[in-house]
Ligand binder design. Structure first.
Ligand SMILES: [Zn+2]
Length: 45
C-alpha cells in the first residue's frame, strides 16, 4: 500500500488519483468540487 494524494468529491463518493485528475479537478461522477486528501491505495505498476 502507498500513501496516495487523491481528490475526493464533496457531494458523492467519487474520487480520483492526483495522477488522473480531470483538467478542472471536478468530480468525474457528478461534476461537483473535490477536496485533496491522502489515502492508502495499492501502488500502480
Ligand atoms: Zn461527485
Amino acid at each position: 500500500m502507498l500513501d496516495t494524494e487523491v481528490y475526493s468529491c464533496n457531494s458523492c463518493n467519487g474520487w480520483m488519483r492526483k495522477d488522473f485528475v480531470s483538467s478542472d479537478l471536478k468530480c468525474p461522477l457528478c461534476g461537483d468540487e473535490t477536496t485533496v486528501e491522502m489515502r492508502e491505495l495499492p501502488q500502480i505498476l
